[in-house]
Write a protein that binds this ligand. Structure first.
Ligand code: UT7
Length: 318
């Protein structure tokens, strides 16, 4: 399938909270967090919002792609922390960047959201409907984190990442995505309160069965990576880099081991940002791109997993 990422951008809040500061909020320690997750710090919004970070990341991606906002046909924003149900975050991004021609919508598939957004962009491009699609993942998880729950609040951070996908260039793309709603209770957060639900029953914060999600991830992610790589007619040895959702370093180590791949092929940045849900993959992609670590023609695998439960992957040529 055709389509290529021609530009990336990202934005994280200025305020950094390291593990030692987390230990002043809940009963935890730098040692525990580092050992169990790899995370050392996270960026937490003060003035930044899901929308403002999405706009900033989008502007940088357009600049990097050297494309005019008026040439963007579609904007997809993946988020589970939109500032408003309507207008959508994508429509607000459109307004700020001046992408007047674009069809805009938000999608939410938690931590798989950026991959599902990218896969949707590839589908539109290969159907011949659109040429240039801006895909953004933006999250302000600090708004939905239970800051008294040490099992979850130490994991998450805020941020946004964006990519421009274009039909102009070829590429050996393959995509896949799955959901398992029957296991959805492992990772939840209530949305708008139903009028019939008692306030005490409305779980407005993230609740997670960490071990269940861990087991799910280390099983499903290698499976789906093997699927997309083989659909692309490639072998794992052909893959230059695996850009995975940044939830936990131990998950990434386990995925690498199960695939029999060198951990060096799995760049990480959860050390600095924690788990930023649908923003984690495009933030990492942007860092790698700006550091010149992605070479033209490299085969890259992206894979996300999380709430739903859901998981998705894509193979692309840089
Ligand atoms: O984006 C996708 C969504 N999320 C994920 O991918 C998360 C997947 N899961 C994980 O990353 C891990 O399960 C966690 C990092 C969340 C937890 O690690 P774990 O090794 O599964 O720890 P645990 O929940 O089994 O807890 C072990 C112990 C418990 O103490 P006891 O019962 O053994 O005495 C916890 O109470 O660690 C305790 N604990 C903590 N201690 C210090 C839990 N959280 C903390 C903490 N600081 N922050």
């Amino acid at each position: 399938m055709i389509g290529k990422i021609i530009g990336t951008g990202s934005c994280v809040p200025a305020r950094v909270i390291d593990n030692n500061e987390m230990a002043t909020i809940v009963e935890t320690s730098d040692e525990w967090i580092k050992e169990r997750t790899g995370i050392r710090s996270r960026c937490i919004s003060e003035s930044e919002t899901t929308t403002s970070m999405a706009v900033e990341a989008a502007k940088k991606a357009l600049e990097d792609a050297k494309i005019n906002a008026k040439d963007i046909d579609m904007i997809i924003v993946s988020t589970l922390t939109a500032n408003s149900a309507m207008p959508t975050t994508a429509a607000l991004v459109q307004k700020e960047i001046g992408a007047t021609k674009a069809c805009c919508f938000d999608l939410n598939s938690a931590c798989s959201g950026f991959i599902f957004g990218y896969n949707t962009a590839i589908a539109y491009i290969n159907a011949g409907i659109y040429n240039n699609i801006l895909v953004v993942g933006s999250e302000c998880l600090s708004n939905i984190v239970d800051w008294t729950d040490r099992r979850s609040c130490i994991l998450f951070g805020d941020g946004a990442g964006a990519a421009v996908v274009s039909s102009k260039y070829g590429g050996n793309n393959q995509v896949a995505g799955y959901s398992d709603g029957a296991k959805g209770s492992a990772l939840t957060c209530a949305g708008i309160k139903d009028k019939n639900v008692d306030a005490s029953e409305h779980h407005q914060f993230i609740e997670m069965d960490g071990q269940e999600v861990f087991k799910f991830a280390v099983r499903r992610v290698p499976e789906i990576i093997n699927e997309v790589v083989s659909k692309a007619g490639l072998e794992l040895k052909d893959v230059a880099m695996y850009v995975l959702h940044q939830a936990n370093y131990r998950i990434i180590e386990s995925v690498a081991k199960r695939l029999g791949e060198d951990i060096e092929k799995f760049p990480t940045n959860m050390q600095k940002y924690g788990n930023t849900s649908s923003a984690s993959i495009p933030i990492l992609l942007d860092e790698l791109n700006r550091a010149g670590k992605l070479k033209c023609g490299d085969k890259i695998v992206m894979a996300g997993f999380g709430g739903g439960l859901s998981w998705g992957a894509a193979v692309l040529e840089w």
